[in-house]
Design a binder for this molecule. Structure first.
Ligand code: DNO
Length: 356
């Protein structure tokens, strides 16, 4: 297992690389370049990022959020141009030693919350929060406005301004589209990209829908074990894998996370893991919790045990943290609680290793 940490780059991430290097057991990043979906990532910019990360004593073998353009998801004729750009980015990242690319195939929205800083009454910290009843009253444009307002001036993954400027047009393109239509377009994308990944020693890892159910009537096809069975079968290859995000899938209590890890881990279809805890508050209602099992409803020991048994070489990062100790950072991506999460997950791992 390689413990990593998400970092947004020096320009927009207030956390210095040195601090990340000082978290015990963190050997690398799940890094990214903040680029609009569909863009061919410039090699010089990535090379500079890699140099900077390596000089700080960290690896950068996993890249997140190489976002898929909406024209690919909706199957417009212009998709071929964007797929070509994607392939060129995959080749470029491979030349620089990247092994896993995390992306998602969610229509329009990446992850969604109704409050980015809900105070946890028990301890005064705050965390990301979702209540579908609040969403019902809001509608897509309103939730976008609210999310942008609550982001403290940081761009949030999947909420890039260029993408949201086109929101109304994009929503129209999805009208009448079914899950099967989306899967058909997904297969077209994978057929083009996965062969290139195989040739270049890269694995694609699909991030689940978050929360793990359909929203605003949009087709969503990645929020259960059955969904991911279909995804890995769309183009059967060891390079077509899952980014197993425990908190996203875990937002639906019907998803048995350790069982899902065992299932895809033993098929060699887990490319990377995002690990965090969730506290259920009711139907389609939850908040994010500290990583420690007893602070939420997921059993992190069982989760790490399933990883240890079936995919022990995977990349992991502690996912969203709460805001604690008065930190003012990017919602979900502060330093302190994620560092505590990494330390805890490393502790569980040490115990699992010593128990054989
Ligand atoms: C949210 C992140 C996601 C993830 C993307 C991958 O906090 O985990 O934005 O990186 O879905 O494309």
């Amino acid at each position: 297992m390689k413990m990593t940490f998400r970092w947004y780059g020096r320009k927009t991430d207030p956390i210095p690389l040195k601090y990340i290097r000082q978290i015990p057991g963190v050997s690398g990043l799940m890094g990214l370049l903040e680029k609009p979906a569909g863009e061919d990532w410039p090699e010089d910019e990535f090379a500079a990022l890699k140099r900077e990360v390596n000089e700080a004593g960290l690896e950068i073998e996993v890249i997140e959020s190489v976002n898929v353009h909406e024209d690919i998801k909706t199957g417009l004729p212009s998709r071929d141009k964007y797929i070509e750009n994607y392939i060129s980015t995959v080749r470029m990242l491979a030349r620089h030693g990247v092994k896993v690319i995390i992306y998602n195939f969610m229509p329009v929205f990446d992850w969604l919350r109704t409050d980015l800083a809900r105070v946890i009454p028990e301890d005064g910290s705050n965390s990301l929060y979702f209540d579908e009843r609040d969403l019902g009253a809001m509608g897509p444009l309103e939730i976008v406005r609210k999310t942008a307002e609550g982001s403290r001036g940081f761009t949030l993954p999947g909420w890039e301004p260029e993408r949201l400027a086109l929101l109304e047009t994009t929503l129209k393109q999805y009208e009448g589209m079914t899950g099967d239509d989306l899967r058909k377009n997904y297969r077209y994308f994978l057929d083009a990209v996965i062969t290139v990944c195989e040739e270049n020693g890269v694995r694609m890892a699909c991030h689940p829908d978050d929360p793990a159910w359909p929203i605003f009537g949009l087709p969503r096809i990645a929020h259960s074990r059955e969904d991911f069975d279909r995804i890995v079968a769309l183009h059967d290859s060891p390079a077509n894998t899952v980014c197993l995000c425990t908190g996203s899938l875990g937002s639906n209590p019907d998803n048995d996370i350790p069982a899902i890890i065992r299932h895809f881990g033993s098929m060699n279809r887990i490319g990377a893991m995002h690990v965090r805890n969730v506290k259920y508050l009711g139907y389609h209602h939850f908040r994010e919790a500290a990583h420690l099992s007893s602070e939420g409803d997921l059993d992190l020991y069982e989760i790490m045990k399933a990883v240890h048994e079936t995919c022990p070489d995977t990349y992991i990062r502690p996912d969203h943290g709460r805001m604690i100790w008065d930190e003012k950072g990017r919602p979900g991506y502060g330093l302190y609680d994620r560092a505590l999460g990494a330390a805890y997950l490393n502790g569980l791992w040490e115990a699992l290793e010593k128990n054989g």
